[in-house]
Design a binder for this molecule. Structure first.
Ligand code: GSH
Length: 241
């Protein structure tokens, strides 16, 4: 029994002879839960097998259900045997360690340091963009007004993507060539720029298409689009009735 994040868990973890203990990823609604998408995508792109539990957000029982898994009260949460890992970036890091061959962090040290910088910037920042453009996979909202502070966040994201593609990404379609944690961290922004049809230049549009074309992203989007839950506070940019 381990007490992790304030939650007692009975281990079913690494036993002698078992190469890979079970993993379960707890996520929110696919349509809206941007932090869940980051962790889920990193796990999938690392080729890791895991069970999923979806806890719909904004329901009366949401908080208590999440707290059964993590005292931090947020999804995503990963259980691996008797270990609990919470927070999207920590789960991405863990996936990178479990599956080193997937190169979720670039091999080149300069590229890796930059990938970590842009991932941390996403994790800690872009508050205006995150509030004004909620991830809403099934939305198609071309008429959203873009105030200056939102445009500044969008411009910063586009600069990051263009710089990464130019200086580190030429060997592939993603920010650092092959898919990395940085792409997982920005995947919900890709979805947002698409949903709200934000005007971007050709390099950014190509990158958006590369991420959206990933089979894992298409799977996430298809399941998210079919979900029954509609969260009014996340529904922005609807045309006036
Ligand atoms: N810093 C955390 C943020 C996680 C987060 O805010 N998740 C939201 C869903 S996307 C959540 O759990 N909200 C709880 C709730 O709405 O009750 C991470 O990176 O994982």
């Amino acid at each position: 029994m381990l007490f992790v994040a304030g939650v007692a868990r009975q281990g079913n973890g690494e036993e002698e002879g078992s190469a890979m203990p079970d993993m379960t990823l707890i996520i929110g609604n696919r349509n809206y839960s941007s932090w869940s998408l980051r962790a889920w995508l990193a796990m999938r792109m690392a080729g890791l097998a895991f069970e999923e539990i979806v806890i719909p957000l904004d329901q009366p029982e949401t908080e208590s259900r999440i707290r059964e898994h993590s005292a931090a009260g947020r999804v995503p949460v990963l259980h691996h045997g008797d270990l609990t890992i919470w927070d999207s970036l920590a789960i991405c890091e863990y996936a990178a360690e479990l599956a080193p061959a997937a190169l979720l962090w670039p091999e080149d040290r300069d590229a890796r340091a930059t990938a970590r910088s842009v991932s941390a910037e996403m994790h800690a920042g872009f508050t205006v963009l995150r509030a004004a453009l909620p991830m809403n996979i099934r939305a198609d909202r071309p008429d959203l007004r873009i105030p200056a502070d939102l445009q500044a966040d969008i411009d910063r994201v586009c600069t990051i993507w263009c710089d990464c593609r130019r200086y580190f990404g030429t060997a592939g379609q993603f920010l650092f060539g092959g898919f990395s944690v940085a792409d997982a961290m920005y995947a919900p922004v890709v979805a947002r720029l698409h949903s709200y049809r934000i005007e971007v230049d050709g390099t950014v549009q190509d990158y958006i298409e590369a991420v959206r074309s990933l089979p894992a992203m298409q799977e996430w989007a298809a399941v998210g689009a079919a979900e029954p839950w509609v969260l009014e506070r996340e529904e922005v940019g609807e045309p006036d009735a």
